[in-house]
Design a binder for this molecule. Structure first.
Ligand code: GRF
Length: 195
C-alpha cells in the first residue's frame, strides 16, 4: 500500500476526492496524513475520514527554510512514499524539494508550461485563449517548472468566470490525480522515467 501525504492551503476538494478513492479497499494507495500551512478548511476532510493532520503555520518568506524544515519533520513522521501538493499556496524551500525529490507531486490548474504560478486560471481567462488545462507535475526548484507527469486540455466556455472554470478544471485534476497515484502505486507509472 503506497503511503501518500497531502499538503493543502484551502478547501481541499481534490484532497477529498483522493480520500474518497482511497477509502475503496481496491485502491492501492492510502492517505496517511494531511498537512497545511494554515488552519485550512480542507483539514475537515481529513478529520471526517479519520486521517491525522497537522498545521505548520507560515511565518513569512524570511522564515521559509525554517518552515520547510518543520514541515519536513512532520511529513517524515508519516513515512510517505509520495507527497502531493494539492493546492498548497506556498513555495517549498529548496531543501524540502531536494528531500522529497522524485516523489513530490503538484497539481496545477493549467496546461503547463502555459500559465504557471498562483493565478493559472485567471491568467488563462485574461489571455483570451479558448482552452487551458490541468497538469500534474513532479516538483523541482522552479515555480511549476517540473516535468509533466500527465496533463489534459480543458475548454474555456463562453461566460466562464474564474470560479466556473476553476471548478471544471478541478474535475479533471481529481480524475488525473486519482489515476496517477493509482498507477504509481501499482508500478504501472515509473516516476524515475518522467523527465
Ligand atoms: C486546484 O486547482 C489546484 O491545482 C490549485 O488549487 C486548487 C485546489 O483546490 N493549486 P482544492 O483546495 O482542492 O479545492
Amino acid at each position: 500500500m503506497l503511503r501518500v501525504a497531502v499538503l493543502i492551503s484551502g478547501g481541499g476538494s481534490n484532497l477529498r476526492a483522493l480520500l474518497e478513492a482511497s477509502a475503496d479497499a481496491g485502491y492501492p494507495a492510502h492517505v496517511v496524513a494531511v498537512g497545511a500551512d494554515r488552519e485550512a478548511s480542507g483539514l475537515a476532510h481529513a478529520e471526517e475520514f479519520g486521517i491525522p493532520s497537522f498545521v505548520v503555520p507560515w511565518r513569512g518568506a524570511g522564515e521559509r527554510e525554517a518552515w520547510g524544515a518543520e514541515l519536513d519533520a512532520q511529513l517524515a513522521a508519516w513515512q510517505p512514499d509520495l507527497v502531493v501538493l494539492s493546492g498548497l499556496m506556498r513555495l517549498l524551500p529548496p531543501a524540502s524539494v531536494r528531500r522529497w525529490s522524485g516523489r513530490l507531486l503538484n497539481t496545477h490548474p493549467a496546461f503547463l508550461p502555459e500559465f504557471p504560478g498562483a493565478h493559472g486560471v485567471r491568467d488563462a481567462l485574461q489571455s483570451g485563449v479558448r482552452e487551458t488545462g490541468a497538469s500534474i507535475i513532479l516538483v523541482d526548484d522552479g515555480v511549476d517548472t517540473g516535468p509533466v507527469i500527465v496533463q489534459e486540455r480543458v475548454p474555456i466556455l463562453p461566460g466562464d468566470d474564474e470560479h466556473a472554470l476553476s471548478e471544471r478544471i478541478k474535475l479533471v485534476e481529481r480524475r488525473l490525480l486519482i489515476d496517477v497515484v493509482r498507477r504509481i502505486s501499482t508500478g504501472e507509472l515509473d516516476l524515475t522515467a518522467v523527465r
